[in-house]
Design a binder for this molecule. Structure first.
Ligand code: FMN
Length: 188
């Protein structure tokens, strides 16, 4: 297939969606939608997310040194879209939308009851790059819905968890698994 060049830019990039949860000084939770997020270390488990611009989440992560990363499912799309398009500086988002949250098991962070898979994260380092900033955090605990029984590698049923997938401008839903990792080697 012939290709054409486009100017270097953010571009198209399918990503998972997570709501980053932090407590404000008054103990009220704040959540914002982050899609620039991934693992960066296995031992110890660490994840990182990137953020740019003025955001309450950034101020609170810096101040508190901890946050929750709540996997967003397609059922949570409305909440995620609202939290991703509303500044925590301007609104008490959790009052605008009724949100059930509890405290983390290990860290003093708000976690969403509705999310089936939640990382409790302790900030390790922040790195400024370009007009953005990378937050690197150690995963101190993972809260998993009781309905998710087998969490071993490759066994989590992502289709039934139904994560919300983001690619610039649109939200998507997964439809099926089409192969297991390493299958090309096994069928050689
Ligand atoms: C689909 C979507 C994806 C987003 N992904 C990111 C992201 O990865 N990093 C980021 O800094 N902001 C991202 N945002 C923007 C923040 O969620 C948004 O600025 C939010 O209002 C910040 O809220 P806060 O002020 O409560 O922190 C995204 C927004 C949307 C709608």
């Amino acid at each position: 297939m012939q290709k054409y060049s486009i100017a270097p830019q953010r571009g198209f990039f399918p990503q998972p969606s997570y709501l980053i949860g932090t407590f404000k000084e008054d103990g009220i939770p704040n959540f914002s939608l982050i899609t620039w997020i991934t693992f960066c270390s296995v031992n110890p488990p660490m994840l990182m997310f990137a953020s740019r611009g003025r955001k309450l989440t950034r101020e609170l992560v810096d101040k508190n040194g901890m946050f929750s990363a709540n996997l967003v499912t397609t059922e949570m799309m409305y909440m995620a879209d609202y939290f991703g398009n509303t500044s925590g500086y301007e609104r008490d988002k959790c009052e605008d939308i009724s949100v059930k949250y509890i405290k983390g098991k290990v860290l003093d962070i708000p976690v969403l009851e509705e999310s089936p898979w939640i990382y409790e994260c302790k900030l390790i380092e922040t790195i400024n790059k370009g007009d953005g900033c990378i937050y690197i955090a150690e995963v101190k605990n993972i809260l998993v819905d009781e309905t998710i029984k087998d969490i071993s590698y490759g066994k989590v049923d992502l289709i039934s968890i139904d994560p919300l997938i983001y690619a610039p401008g649109q939200y998507y839903k997964l439809s099926s698994s089409i192969g297991s990792v390493g299958y090309s080697k096994r069928t050689m």
